[in-house]
Design a protein around this ligand. Structure first.
Ligand SMILES: C[S@@+](CC[C@H](N)C(=O)[O-])C[C@H]1O[C@@H](n2cnc3c(N)ncnc32)[C@H](O)[C@@H]1O
Length: 464
């Protein structure tokens, strides 16, 4: 390869293959053993790509490398991680992983791991991206990825379904997921809900792991000796599929789950707001990524998707994102295909995780939005999370040159409500005048409208 290539910072844990980015092209390079596995699994890989489950791959020859084999993949336009997914997104990614393990075993192919980092969402459709996971398989091979599947898929899902604890911040804090010992503590027996699968995959798994850590032989030898067969392994995977299919997010209301009626806007105000966003983005020329921060039910993400190739519909409230995901999955329109829903709390978003903090870069380093819509969210970050308006505008000016922003003034009923429980005076600088001055220091305002009702103003602004 030429000089202008770089190793993907998140692709080094598998000694048999790794990803290299050259300009806008993505290659996976295999060493001799990896290439052997790839060639063996190739008919399975290409068949799964044709079904839209596995990323497309093309064999590449003639580019000089030390690798024994090489394939090229299409470059994905967005990389997201499990800690940004809602419950149903992680569940669908888990089911894709399990279906691939099952179908691979039927084809005599093994799967070496089971991690959501091998799955990416295209719009709201999960796609498996690591063809280096597929390898030769012997009849007596156990399910090698079982423990990893539990740590990164099953326990986070169980935690949400059985204990009503969201998994996102835990997965963000631990690239390896939730250990079986931690799962045992988190899903303690005192819980009222019946916890299907807990005995087998948490309690007995923990006991087995303790026993194994004292043993001299490896897992594969032990399992082979105890009579593992493809049928037995497949039966375990089938049971896991049923268990995961039966898991449910477990809650049906949240702070923001009833927002869709937008009752604090009258019809005219809401129509003005929608028209303004539509016209501002239509006037913006070509938009690659557009972020809709605080998207709620995605009403404005859908408008943005008329004008952008990809809309990242972000909200801190997992339930609203989960609902949006379900709606998008069952909507075959092109508009829906362009929207990827994400659980993102902007007040804590940003940092990378894993090895040297670079293995899984932060959101700001994975997507650089050509446009941001920031509607009826600034007051929540300012008055609930104490992120000053100036700091929010600094972030927005760093992020994008094209901003559509709505500011509810100090006279807005919602702003007054948020201030009611605050110490008097501490947010006195939250005023429309200050906002307009601070916005003007960073952006040129190209359009502005006071919405019917009179307390909310919407702006289209381009960075200076
Ligand atoms: C008033 S609603 C606005 C919804 C939509 N943007 C609109 O204009 O119709 C505010 C939304 O912001 C979300 N939100 C609040 N704080 C947030 C944060 N720190 N990061 C991301 N979203 C947040 C809430 O969950 C809620 O869905």
């Amino acid at each position: 390869m030429g000089d202008n290539y770089r190793n993907d910072p998140g692709s080094f844990r598998d000694p048999l293959s790794h990803v290299v980015i050259q300009d806008d092209r993505v290659f996976r390079l295999f060493n001799a053993t990896g290439e052997d596995d790839r060639a063996f699994a190739w008919p399975f890989i290409t068949a799964q790509s044709a079904r839209g489950r596995v990323v497309e791959s093309e064999l590449v020859e003639g580019i000089h490398t030390d690798a024994a084999g090489m394939v090229e993949h299409p470059r994905l336009d967005l990389i997201t991680y499990a800690f940004e997914w809602s419950f149903s997104m992680l569940k669908d990614a888990a089911l894709l992983q399990l279906q691939l393990i099952r179908d691979a075993a039927h084809a005599g192919v093994g799967v070496k791991d089971a991690t959501p980092y091998n799955v990416q969402f295209q719009g709201s459709r999960p796609l498996f991206i690591d063809i280096g996971s597929f390898q030769k398989r012997s009849e007596t091979d156990p399910w090698f990825g079982y423990q990893q599947f539990c740590e990164l898929f099953l326990y986070p899902l169980m935690l949400r379904a059985y204990a009503e604890v969201p998994f996102q911040s835990i997965l963000r804090g631990s690239i390896n997921g939730i250990s079986v010992e931690d799962a045992r503590g988190l899903l303690g027996p005192a819980r009222a809900k019946r916890q299907k699968g807990r005995l087998t995959h948490v309690v007995l798994h923990a006991l087995a792991q303790r026993k194994l850590s004292d043993a001299d032989s490896g897992v594969a030898d032990d399992v082979a000796e105890s009579g593992m067969s493809t049928e037995l392994m497949l039966a375990t995977v089938e049971k896991m599929i049923k268990l995961v299919e039966g898991l449910d997010i477990g809650v049906d209301t949240s702070l923001w789950s009833d927002y869709s009626d937008r009752s604090h806007y009258d019809d005219e105000g809401l129509r003005e707001k929608a028209d303004f966003v539509d016209a501002a983005l239509a006037a913006s020329g070509s938009i690659g990524h557009c972020w809709d921060v605080g998207c709620n039910d995605g009403m404005f993400s859908r408008i943005a998707a008329k004008h952008a190739d990809r809309v990242l519909a972000m909200d801190a409230d997992e339930l609203v994102v989960d609902r949006l995901y379900h709606e998008l999955r069952s909507d075959p329109s092109q508009i829906a295909e362009r929207i990827t829903p994400l659980v993102v709390d902007l007040s804590t978003a940003g940092g990378g995780i894993g090895w040297r903090g670079r293995e899984r870069p932060g959101l700001f380093d994975r997507s650089s939005p050509d446009a941001v819509i920031y509607l009826a969210v600034i007051h929540h970050l300012a008055l609930t999370f104490n992120i000053p308006v100036t700091q929010q505008l600094d972030l927005l000016a760093d992020l994008t040159s094209n901003l559509v922003i709505e500011f509810p003034s100090e006279n807005d009923p919602m702003v007054k409500k948020l201030l009611r429980n605050k110490r008097a005076g501490i947010h006195d600088d939250y005023t429309l005048d200050n906002f307009e001055r601070w916005l003007g220091e960073r952006f040129d305002v190209t359009d502005r409208r006071v919405l019917a009702g009179g307390t909310r103003t919407i702006y289209h602004a381009t960075r200076r």
